[in-house]
Ligand binder design. Structure first.
Ligand code: NAD
Length: 504
C-alpha cells in the first residue's frame, strides 16, 4: 500500500461506541469536516448521542462560542447507524467500545470483512496492547492506537500508539489527521500505560508512599504540590478520578511490567477501595465531600522577624541563593555569602537550613533542617521542611522562622528523603527519562503529553533543564539508598546525562 492510500484528510469515519469517548470523538471529527457514521451495540444509543451533541452545540451557539451554521453542519455530518454494514465506505474506523481485549479483537475481525484493505483501524484503548489487538488480523499493519483524553472536545492530546506491526505510514497518517483536528498528536510505542499513564504514576505513588509512612497528611501533600504549580494535589486528584479507577490503572501498569517494583500499587489506596471510600463520586475518599467545610486546611502564611544570629551566611550558588540573599537584605539582616560550598541554604551560628539533596536531615547532621525544592517560588508558597531527628527544639523553631523570613509557608514533615516536591518531580523525570531511553516517546513528546494530557505546569524534560541531571540523580540515589530495592533505581538515560554534564 502506498502512503497515498493512507491519506485520511476528508475521509469518512466510522466511530464505534457512542459512550463518553465515542460521542466526543464523533463530535471532534464532525466539527473538523468529516462525515461520521456512529454505531453502538446498544440500540438507540448512537441517535441519543447525536441528539445530546446537538443540544450541547446549540448551547455553545447561544453563548456565542461557535457559529450556528458550523454547529448545524457538524450535527448534519453525524449519521447514527444501526449496523456496521450501514457505515458505507470509510477510510478510518475509531473504536471506543468496552475496555476488553476479546470484545475489541472480535470487533476488528468483523471489520476486516467489511472495510476496504486501505481503511485504518484505530483503537481508543487506554490500557490494552495495540500489538496484541492486531494479532491474528490479515492486515495488522493498519491497526493503530488513537488515544484521546476525556473530555475529548476539550483535551488537546492524542497519543498515537504503534504496535509492533503497525506501519509507520499508518501512524504518520493518524498523527497528521489528529493535528489537523486542532489536537496535539504525539507518537508512542505500545507499552504499558503508553506515555501519560506511565509517566504520571509517581505523582500518586510518592504521596501514597509518604502517607503510608505517616510522613505527612493528605492536605499538606496537596498544598505542597499545588504550590509547585500543579493544578490539583495528588490526593484531591485521586479523589476526583476515583480510587477504584486509579488503583486499577496502577495495578494494570504494574502487572503489565512483570511486577516491576517501580510501579507497585499502594496499600493505602487499596484500603480506600476496600472500604468503598472511592472519592468524590461517593462523597468520601481522602477528604469528606458530604460535610461542608470539613476538609482540613493548612495554616495561612505569616511572615516572621529574623531570629537573632551572630554569624549568618547564605550558602551556595544559583537563583535560590540569590533569592535568599534578597530576602535577608529586605529583612535587614547582616550576613555573608559562601559560594564555595556544595549545598544551598542558610547557616546560622553553625546550624544549617539546606535545600534537600535527597538525603534526610538526620543523615546529614545534628543541627540540620532540610527544605523542599521551591519549584514555582512565590511569597507565601507552601514548602515542606524537616529537621534532623537529633536537632534541638530551639533549632527546629528557628529553622521554621528562617523559612518564613525567606517568604515560605513552612510545613513540617517527618524527616524523609527528598521531601515532597523534589521526590515527586525527580521520580516523574526519571520515569520520563526511562520512556525516552526505551524508545517509547521523544523528550518533546513526553513534555507535550504531560502538559496536555494531565495539565502539568511543565514537562518532565523542562523541569530537568531548570534543575540538573546530577541534582535529580542525587535525589533518586538518596531515595534508593534510603529504601533499597528496585523502586528508586535511576534511569540509565539520566545517569548518562549526568556523566556527560559533569565537569571533567
Ligand atoms: P462507555 O462505557 O462510556 O462507552 C462504551 C460504549 O461502547 C457503550 O455505549 C457500549 O454500549 C458500547 N459497546 C460495547 N461493546 C460494543 C461493541 N462490541 N460494539 C459496539 N458498541 C459497543 O466507555 P468510554 O469511557 O467511552 O470508553 C470507551 C473506550 O475508551 C475504552 O476503551 C476506554 O478504555 C477508552 N478511554 C476512556 C477514557 C475515559 O476517561 N472514559 C479515556 C481514554 C480512553
Amino acid at each position: 500500500m502506498s502512503s497515498q492510500e493512507f491519506n485520511l484528510r476528508g475521509a469518512r469515519i466510522l466511530v464505534i461506541g457512542a459512550g463518553i469517548m465515542g460521542a466526543g470523538i464523533a463530535q471532534v471529527a464532525a466539527q473538523a469536516g468529516h462525515a461520521v457514521a456512529l454505531f453502538d451495540a446498544r440500540e438507540g444509543l448512537a441517535s441519543q448521542a447525536r441528539s445530546k451533541l446537538a443540544s450541547t452545540l446549540n448551547t455553545l451557539v447561544a453563548k456565542g462560542r461557535i457559529d450556528a451554521a458550523d454547529a448545524a453542519m457538524a450535527i448534519e455530518r453525524i449519521e447514527p447507524v444501526t449496523a456496521l454494514e450501514q457505515a458505507g465506505e470509510v477510510g478510518l474506523v475509531i473504536e471506543a467500545v468496552l475496555e476488553n481485549i476479546d470484545v475489541k479483537r472480535a470487533l476488528f475481525k468483523q471489520l476486516e470483512m467489511l472495510v476496504a484493505p486501505q481503511c485504518v483501524l484505530a483503537s481508543n484503548t487506554s490500557s490494552l496492547s495495540i500489538t496484541a489487538l492486531a494479532n491474528g488480523l490479515a492486515h495488522p499493519e493498519r491497526v493503530v492506537g488513537m488515544h484521546f483524553f476525556n473530555p475529548v472536545p476539550l483535551m488537546k492530546l492524542v497519543e498515537v500508539v504503534s504496535g509492533l506491526r503497525t506501519s509507520p505510514r499508518v501512524a504518520d497518517s493518524v498523527f497528521a489527521l489528529a493535528n489537523s483536528w486542532d489536537k496535539v498528536a504525539v507518537h508512542t510505542r505500545s507499552t504499558p500505560g503508553f506515555i501519560v499513564n506511565r509517566i504520571a504514576r509517581p505523582y500518586y505513588a510518592e504521596s501514597l508512599a509518604m502517607l503510608q509512612e505517616r510522613a505527612a497528611e493528605p492536605h499538606v501533600l496537596d498544598a505542597c504540590l499545588r504550590s509547585a504549580g500543579f493544578r490539583m494535589g495528588p490526593c484531591e486528584l485521586m479523589d476526583l478520578i476515583g480510587h477504584d479507577t486509579n488503583f486499577a490503572v496502577t495495578t494494570s501498569v504494574y502487572e503489565a511490567n512483570f511486577f516491576d517494583k517501580r510501579f507497585v500499587p499502594s496499600l493505602v489506596q487499596r484500603e480506600l477501595v476496600d472500604a468503598g471510600l472511592l472519592g468524590r463520586k461517593v462523597g468520601r475518599g481522602f477528604y469528606d465531600y458530604v460535610e461542608e467545610g470539613s476538609k482540613p486546611q493548612i495554616s495561612s502564611f505569616s511572615p516572621s522577624n529574623a531570629p537573632a544570629a551572630s554569624a549568618l551566611r547564605v550558602v551556595g550558588l544559583g537563583a535560590l541563593a540569590d533569592q535568599m540573599t534578597e530576602a535577608l537584605s529586605k529583612a535587614g539582616c547582616r550576613f555573608s555569602r559562601d559560594t564555595a560550598a556544595h549545598w544551598v541554604g542558610l547557616e546560622a551560628d553553625g546550624a544549617q537550613l539546606r535545600l534537600t539533596d535527597g538525603r534526610p536531615a538526620t543523615a546529614i547532621g545534628d543541627e540540620v533542617a532540610v527544605f523542599d525544592l521551591p519549584l514555582a517560588f512565590k511569597t507565601g508558597a507552601t514548602l515542606a521542611w524537616a529537621p534532623s531527628a537529633r536537632a534541638t527544639d530551639a533549632w527546629c523553631m528557628t529553622a521554621s522562622r528562617w523559612l518564613r523570613v525567606l517568604g515560605f509557608n513552612p510545613q513540617r514533615l517527618t524527616d524523609s528523603p527528598g521531601l515532597v516536591v523534589a521526590r515527586t518531580v525527580a521520580m516523574l523525570i526519571n520515569e520520563a527519562a526511562d520512556a525516552v531511553h526505551q524508545g517509547v516517546c521523544s523528550a518533546s513528546g513526553a513534555d507535550a503529553a504531560m502538559k496536555l494530557g494531565v495539565n502539568y505546569p511543565a514537562g518532565p524534560f523542562e523541569w530537568l533543564a531548570s534543575w540538573s541531571p546530577a541534582g535529580v540523580l542525587a535525589v533518586l540515589d538518596a531515595l534508593d539508598t534510603h529504601y533499597r530495592g528496585e523502586r528508586y533505581r535511576a534511569s540509565p538515560w539520566l545517569r548518562q546525562r549526568a556523566w556527560c554534564e559533569a565537569p571533567s
